[in-house]
Ligand binder design. Sequence first.
Ligand SMILES: Cc1ncc(C[n+]2csc(CCOP(=O)(O)OP(=O)(O)O)c2C)c(N)n1
Ligand SMILES: [Mg+2]
Length: 332
Amino acid sequence: MKKITKKTYLKWYEDMLFWRKFEDKLAQVYIQQKVRGFLHLYNGQEAILAGALHVMDLEKDKMITAYRNHVQPIGMGVDPKRVMAELFGKATGTSQGLGGSMHIFSKEHRFYGGHGIVGGQIPLGAGLAFADKYFNTNAVTLCFLGDGAARQGSLHETLNMAANWNLPVVFCVENNGYAMGTSVKRTSSSEDIWKLGLAYEIPSGPVDGMDPTKVAEALDEAITRARDGKGPTFLDLKTYRYRGHSMSDAQKYRTKDEVEEYQKIDPISKVKKTLLDKKYATEDDLKTIDKRVKDKVKECEKFADESDYPDKNVMYDVVYEQKDYPFISHKL
Ligand SMILES: Cc1ncc(C[n+]2csc(CCOP(=O)(O)OP(=O)(O)O)c2C)c(N)n1
Ligand SMILES: [Mg+2]
């Protein structure tokens, strides 16, 4: 595995803090109605993305996830200003402001969304991996899903095919304990979601999703297996989301104490502690990073605020036309 060095910890700290503050900003502007529709935030789950990016080949590997999808494309290389603009519904956004919160995409950076149908991205992720196998690209797809999606039929159909065809895909369950307000405990006879993979003879296991080093180790093994032509892996990454399911969640299904318990093992605080303990950074160095992060978030908001809404005629350009259906491409 690529070594985890001082540079890695510094990058993890800055990236995770930026993702967290970027989303805190979104929560704030949502209340001001600058962002509309649904908004599902990732706060608490950042170690999974940080660990994954450390071991992915960002020149060719692919990523697909559900609707909690604002910071992953940023990690993959998309300009955060364009992600924020997309959420504001502005023409400078990643989909010209027409996709919004749940549908961030970047073909250039191989981030394939952004899907609102629970479990809908699972077969699509296997499809991306199928294409890579078919075209011999040696790329691997990371397919993220929630614990709720693990109980969808689409997962089981996909696991069977992915195993049967030895597809280069890693299924990463971001197990934050809840599907909206319903706990894993209430919906599953077994809380060990990773055991589902064993039915298809896929290498599977639990991972500490609050620690980027643990995530990187597990994913490195899985990605190497996929790249070596040895097929899929199914991982159950135990994590937690600090905010509600979406902005309209009153959170009656959990206690404040429970949230605080998880905040004690917060991945950003953990990485910060390592930086200080190992003398990789001083308090002043970290303050400089904090300031840089704050400025960057401000810059994103300014860009989104000052961008124009799309021309209303664009809505006629992004619909399919009957003439040479189904093969016509839209005009974006
Ligand atoms: C097929 C389908 N059923 C129901 C919903 C409504 N819904 C949206 S999110 C969600 C919970 C999913 O939870 P999980 O997969 O654990 O992801 P998390 O939100 O925790 O990241 C549900 C039931 C939906 N979007 N799609
Ligand atoms: Mg969940």
